[in-house]
Design a protein around this ligand. Structure first.
Ligand code: SF4
Length: 157
């Protein structure tokens, strides 16, 4: 594959969490490309992504992306906020925990290895989010990471 794919760290973690939950990604009414990127992540773990806190290859076709910024909102932190701002907060924390930075290139598999080792406590990563939601996220993300790493590299983590 010659196309340079960009991804926000939290988007990659969300895809792996969804794998752990048994979700099969389908095209979304927003028009974003999560289903396409999830398929690449699943079928080609060696695929290299450029990490970004801005618009990525999932956002590119999304109807909410205007002048490279997300115009959507989210209630993830318990009140309605700009999704652009919320995403940057979470991605900043993930970059810090994993020792990665915007512009770095890393395979989906290596990213997951790092996440498995260094992501740490999700309740502080998602400090503003309702704890029951984070509990479910943790359960599915742990399962997703374990299965992904096992499948890509049987016997090793
Ligand atoms: S533009 Fe916003 S809503 Fe669309 S995929 Fe990106 S983060 Fe999600």
């Amino acid at each position: 594959m010659t196309e340079l794919l960009r991804i926000k760290p939290h988007h990659l973690l969300d895809i792996i969490r969804d794998f752990g939950a048994g979700v099969v990604h389908q095209p979304h009414p927003y028009g974003h490309a999560v289903h396409r990127i999830a398929r690449i992540v699943k079928e080609h773990p060696e695929t290299v992504f450029e990490l970004t806190a801005g618009a990525d290859s999932i956002c590119a076709p999304c109807r909410n992306l205007v002048e490279s910024r997300c115009t959507d909102t989210t209630t993830s932190p318990g009140r309605e906020v700009s999704k652009e701002s919320w995403n940057r907060t979470i991605d900043g924390r993930i970059f810090e925990r994993l020792g990665l930075a915007e512009g770095e290139k890393i395979s989906a598999l290596e990213f997951c290895r790092l996440a498995s080792l260094r992501l740490g406590d999700l309740f502080t990563l998602y400090a503003e989010v309702e704890q029951s939601k984070t509990s479910l996220r943790r359960e599915n993300l742990e399962r997703g990471l374990k299965e992904y790493l096992e499948r890509a590299n049987p016997g090793k983590r």
